[in-house]
Design a protein around this ligand. Sequence first.
Ligand code: SF4
Length: 189
Amino acid sequence: MADPNGFLKIEREGLKSRSVTERLKDYNEIYIRPDEDVIVNQASRCMDCGVPFCNSGCPLGNLIPDFNDAVYQQDWHKAFLFLSETNNFPEFTGRICPAPCEAACVLGIHTSPVTIENIEKQIIEHAFAQGWVQANNCRVESGKNIAVIGSGPAGLAAAEQLNKAGHRITVFERNEKPGGLLRYGIPDF
Ligand code: SF4
């Protein structure tokens, strides 16, 4: 588990925003990427609860105590593998999910919850930087062809899961470019 006393020593530290004057000049992301040691410290606050309500609070069932522990151990690849077990696209859930996991975090009963969403985001950013995020070719092909209509988050997640199951997938999209809500609904910042 992460540091058993971490939550007693470390306070919650959320993301810091870029200044408004800077943000007026572009549409880049609002938040500043924190230093790695900040994230490791934040992961150390996880109590590895016997009944991790964060896990049931997450609609995806993310393995939150497991990836928190891996981040605390600074084993980012292991953290990435835990995260990938349940989440097709942490690069955007880590940014725009309303984080019901944090609302459910047991630590939040008496103090501030673990910064789960930001830890998730930093794991996937780390994974992209290290080149760990790769297309997965299925090992056994089912011989079945499946059409997925729409390339929004649901369509792409379905396509990835079906691809993992060995099917050949074609994603159809009515717009000029793929992404659906991701491309046309969510602003860059
Ligand atoms: S509920 Fe909070 S403290 Fe408990 S395991 Fe989940 S993230 Fe850690």
